[in-house]
Design a protein around this ligand. Structure first.
Ligand SMILES: Cc1cc2nc3c(=O)[nH]c(=O)nc-3n(C[C@H](O)[C@H](O)[C@H](O)COP(=O)(O)O)c2cc1C
Length: 351
């Protein structure tokens, strides 16, 4: 299995040298344009915030036929990455709660891969990422969109208004640099401060949504959320943000304790809980998307849903489109399945 992100190396090393792509790339079939969030797009297939660390990663994956490219979450100030390990393989146990256990290497079958990440949402300083977002935008081909993921960074003594302003500052910078779409990240499974779970607070989320909207004009705005255990809370969230946003991206990794078989936490005692990705979360992600579409329909909310969670083979992508997803993003699988978008376009010209 080819891995384009070297999980034994630091985030900075991968940022500086990746992605590691062997071979001569892929041949992408010509497919007709579609519409998404007011744009014409070559396909409604892309990569969620995470793997695309900078403009070089974006350029590489745009050439592989992924058409919706999300620049990994950036902040208003430099934030280092947590220490290694940041990304490990774990054994799928068919559950979404309770501890999940480390495995040394991934299964041979890429459709069976489950992994876990604990990066802490690192960010280059705005001096670095703002010009780099502009380079990323220049690298895109016709029919491709650049989504920039942003997050607020809390400081001591801040309330909701200051946090919302910090989100909005990053969003405005992203648009100035060329973002086609802004995604406000309201969830991160391994960050213990306020920005890790804003989506569970509908009023806080509404504040972020309206403040960001006031700074970015008509540029499409998405909110990235984690898993909702209760439909009533998802409903309250969607009602709270719908006037200010164009859609939601769901779901982020599911939070679980990630342990070695002897019970030690893989990411160290400060980060027992981390985000679980891949096969283990696919069913729950499809159910979440289905629920969001149902709520939007029944409440008359005009919201697109960009689906993410455990898509690594064509059947997973189909699962999401079948329940009404407006687009399908891959988080972890493009690391071990770089030809997935090209394969998907061969299989279905309408995706
Ligand atoms: C290496 C890596 C880093 C990630 N970093 C972020 C991030 O900065 N912001 C974010 O919203 N999600 C982040 N994610 C989560 C993904 O966007 C996605 O929600 C998650 O991986 C679930 O999708 P999957 O099952 O297809 O991997 C990251 C994922 C990976 C693999």
């Amino acid at each position: 299995m080819q891995l384009t992100y070297d999980i034994l190396k630091t985030y900075q090393e991968n940022y500086d040298a990746g992605p590691s792509l062997e071979g001569g790339g892929v041949t992408c079939p010509e497919v007709p344009l579609k519409r998404l969030l007011g744009y014409q797009v070559r396909s409604r297939l892309g990569i969620a915030a995470g793997l695309l660390l900078n403009s070089r990663w974006i350029e590489a994956y745009s050439s592989l036929g992924f058409d919706l490219l999300t620049y990994k979450t950036v902040r208003s100030s430099y934030r280092p990455c947590y220490p290694l390990p940041n990304w490990v393989f774990v054994s799928d146990d068919g559950q979404i709660n309770g501890p999940i256990y480390y495995r040394e290497s991934p299964p041979e079958d890429t459709s069976a891969v489950t992994s876990s990440v604990c990066f802490g949402m690192p960010s280059m300083s705005p001096d670095v990422w703002r010009p780099d977002v502009a380079r990323a935008k220049e690298a895109l081909r016709d029919g491709q969109l650049l989504i920039v993921s942003v997050v607020g960074t809390p400081e001591a003594g801040w309330g909701g208004e200051e946090m919302a302003n910090d989100f909005a500052e990053c969003a405005a910078w992203a648009v100035e640099a060329g973002a086609d779409i802004v995604e406000a990240n309201l969830s991160c499974p391994n960050v213990c401060t306020a920005e890790g779970s804003i989506y569970l607070d509908p009023e806080f989320s509404r504040g972020v949504a309206t403040t960001v909207r006031s700074r970015i004009g008509k540029v499409p705005l998405l909110m990235k959320v984690g898993y909702f255990e209760e439909e009533s809370l998802m409903r309250s969230f969607l009602q709270a943000v719908s006037a200010a946003v164009d859609g939601v991206t769901m779901v982020n990794g599911l939070t679980r304790p990630v342990l070695y078989p002897d019970g030690r936490p893989v990411f160290g005692s400060d980060y027992v809980q981390a985000g679980v990705l891949g096969r283990s979360i696919h069913r729950a992600s499809v159910q979440s998307v289905q629920m969001a579409k149902r709520i939007a329909r029944s409440e008359g909310l005009d919201l697109s849903v960009l689906a993410v969670g455990g898509a690594s083979v064509l059947a997973d992508i189909k699962d999401f489109f079948d329940v009404g997803a407006d687009a399908v993003l891959m988080g972890s699988s493009p690391m071990y399945c770089p030809s997935l978008a090209a394969d998907a376009k061969l299989h279905c010209r309408d995706w």
